[in-house]
Design a binder for this molecule. Structure first.
Ligand code: ATP
Length: 401
């Protein structure tokens, strides 16, 4: 209806950007963006019968609400004179769709479509979709220099869509990576979240590392690269172990943040004496402290920070707890709503590790926990599949447990 109205009134109108890309890929778009040759004041008149929100008139953007759905409609625009590595100082309206598409970041995001003209693809976005490639519109170095956030968007799209970065795009990011510090932490956090919630989050995090963005975003994680531990813990690089644990978790932001940060303190705690892996308490405290520092820096909310810290702390006790009383205390500490996440983190860690740990204790603990949370079913020793020797081995003395 929006496009029809624009065309009926003698203006051009196309759907543009991510929704065209997603439609070509057979995905349902998150949102629908429209671009047009009509200027904002003309649009206000054309769309007067709809609910119109003047979201960014200066930049030619307004939002039209139809049946509670929001459509962003923007006048063709040229962005000029980028000053702070993020925002254009000057915005000029234009009558040329080609010029509008030219300001967009990647070829796959620079296509437009309407029923009359079909697909408009000046910058070969379609062939980049076929080749699964992220490529800048124009010179990669220049485009990233205009807006450094685009570097992180490139990595995020690569992770979300499972596309490769074109070599010039990759090289330009590597060269300019340190400039990511000029981008607001909230923006960085939002992109990191999208990477973490992609199908295979390790791909995006590893690409952050390869492009050198990681050392400016989470330097503590960069320190885990190449940091090896001796048996019986992980006879491998802590970073790659972390990546495997991450991929073993389901799509849940808090769980994935906890997976990403669960071993973050290892380089700092074990660097002096790698064979001494017994400083559990120090490792706990440092792990929580670093997780808090990182999450605060990236402006996560207090609840997320608290939960991730708690999961990291309790996770370290994973192989010890199976008795009902201990599980009850554990539930109290992490909260009913997070206990399931804790077990998932533990299982992901074991699956992602070469260490000779077994699932038995976790499975027992889960069972006890289910019974406690579902009080209707009484817990029996048989459920636990343990006997007096197990209890003695756990250091449990006589008592109700
Ligand atoms: P998603 O909704 O999955 O984040 P998207 O492509 O719709 O993907 P948006 O951030 O909604 O991403 O942006 C809409 C469109 O605006 C993009 O497809 C792109 O054409 C353009 N765009 C967004 N951010 C930038 C940027 N920093 N530089 C250049 N063009 C951009």
């Amino acid at each position: 209806r929006i496009l029809d109205k624009l065309l009926f009134n003698g203006y051009e109108g196309y759907i543009v950007g991510g929704c065209v890309r997603d439609s070509i890929m057979g995905k349902i778009p998150n949102d629908w963006d429209i671009c047009t040759s009509a200027k904002p004041e003309v649009m206000m008149n054309i769309f007067r019968e709809f609910k119109v929100i003047p979201t960014g008139l200066k930049h030619g953007t307004l939002t039209i609400v139809i049946n509670n759905q929001h459509f962003e409609v923007t006048t063709y625009r040229i962005d000029k004179e980028y000053v702070d590595g993020r925002h254009p100082n000057k915005v000029e309206f234009t009558n040329s769709l080609k010029e509008d598409l030219n300001r967009r970041d990647f070829t796959i995001n620079a296509m437009a479509y309407n029923n009359k003209e079909g697909l408009i693809d000046y910058y070969d976005g379609l062939s980049d979709i076929h080749n699964k490639t992220i490529r800048c519109v124009g010179n990669a170095f220049d485009r990233f220099n205009e807006d450094y956030l685009r570097m992180l968007r490139a990595v995020r799209f690569s992770a979300q869509l499972e596309y490769r970065l074109r070599i010039e795009t990759f090289k330009a990011i590597k060269k300019l990576s340190k400039n990511i510090i000029h981008i607001s932490k909230e923006r960085i956090r939002d992109e990191v979240n999208k990477i973490l919630l992609s199908q295979k989050p390790s791909k995006g995090i590893q690409l952050l590392e390869e492009t050198r963005l990681l050392e400016y975003i989470i330097p503590e994680l960069q320190e885990c690269v190449g940091f090896e531990q001796k048996k019986p813990h992980h006879d491998e690089d802590v970073f790659y172990h972390t990546m495997r644990v991450l991929d073993n978790t389901e799509k849940d932001l808090i769980l994935r943040l906890a997976a990403l940060l669960h071993d973050i303190a290892k380089p700092q705690c074990f660097s002096i004496d790698r064979e001494n892996t017994g400083h559990f308490y120090r490792h706990h405290m440092k792990g929580m402290e670093l997780a808090e520092k990182i999450l605060k820096r990236l402006k996560y909310d207090n609840n997320t920070i608290k939960t991730v810290k708690q999961l990291i702390k309790e996770h370290m006790l994973k192989y010890e707890i199976t008795t009902p009383r201990a599980i009850k205390r554990l539930i109290n500490r992490v909260g009913k709503e997070n206990i399931d996440r804790l077990f998932k983190l533990q299982i992901a860690d074991i699956k992602g590790s070469k260490a000779p740990y077994k699932f038995d204790n976790i499975n027992k603990a889960k069972l006890v926990c289910d019974k406690i949370l579902n009080e209707k079913q009484p817990l029996t020793l048989k459920d636990l599949d343990i006997d007096g020797n197990d209890l003695k081995a756990l250091g449990v003395s006589q008592g109700k447990d």
